[in-house]
Design a protein around this ligand. Sequence first.
Ligand SMILES: [Zn+2]
Length: 404
Amino acid sequence: MNHKIGQPELLKEINRSRAFEILKRTRILSRPELAQQTGLSRATIALLMDDLLRVGVAQHVGLGDSTGGRPPALLEFNPNAAFALGAAMLDHEWRIVLTNLDAQVVHRLDAPIPGSNPESAVEALQIGVQAALGRIERGRLLPAIGLGTPGLVDMPSGVIKAAVDVGWYEVPIRAMTEAALGLQCLVANRSKVGALAEHWYGASKGLEELIYISIGTGVAAGIVHAGELFMGVNSSAGELGHVTVLPDGPPCRCGNRGCLQQLVSEPAIADRARTRLREQPNSQLWTLVGHHPERVTAALVFAAAEQGDELANEIVDETARYLGIAIANLVNLFNPARIVLGGPVGQLSKGMLPLVLDEVRKRALSYPLSAVQIAPSSLGPDANAIGAAALVLRRASELIFAEK
Ligand SMILES: [Zn+2]
């Protein structure tokens, strides 16, 4: 047992956090109802509610029904009492969001990262965060920032151990961010925070077994198992992008060949289309890129496929097939309730989804297959940044009183 539990301040914080969570979930309730739900004395509840009223998390909204005596005052949860800051590092920019206590985005902005080293990324973050903070009263910011970064992140130390795609190794991103922003920093891999966002706030809210696959310049999965992020022994679980799908496929920066990432990521889709474009002079892609093959992007390939272009459809079919193989393996290995496709390619996946499902049906075992839903993310392009903010929101009750 934790010997600190007996300390009055810690006990108060634990009780206040419970009261906060119950009020947030119930939205409106009276002090006697809160006392009943927590099992705490009315005197303790009165003190805790005074704290929540003082910081604006609770506010008075009239009187409840009388049970004989004086009708009890009703208290309502105010989601706009404080705001959380989250930032996800995407290709060459940070997507920064400010959310309220319900994880609703109240402001978003993109901060371009001019260079390719960690210093320029932190500098860009600092500029973006300053701009974002102009939108709220500074006193209402929970004094922390959540980051979703590429690569393998050691969460306890906040160090990016290896981000192969951007060539970063042993980057103390948490320490750098804390020094630059003067805010406590919580950091995790961007796909893992995407999974948290889906689990806590997306269409998959509350699902205990969930896998979020982020497909953009890289590919990775965040695995939620038993309601918690599945991390592995050194935070490396979920590196789906480096699972072999085609044994003699294209080489990958990780040293392997035929990794999923080399077949379904945005650059992989664009590269495949570019290579074949020269053999297909009638493809609509030529028009879409103004006869400049170097302008081919994954988004244009999906757009051409929707218009019925043969070459683009071939590429989308292959992408769906490779993705389907990987997803069937996930279904068999993890038996999830839902697999969510996120990131830029995940957002584009609606048209491709039936093809992905066909491939999954061919390869997954029918019993786990019968329990899984496969769908694009409901949170859209903000998913990773909301997940990063969620790292802060998880500690909202503690942070809100940190400086008050
Ligand atoms: Zn690889």
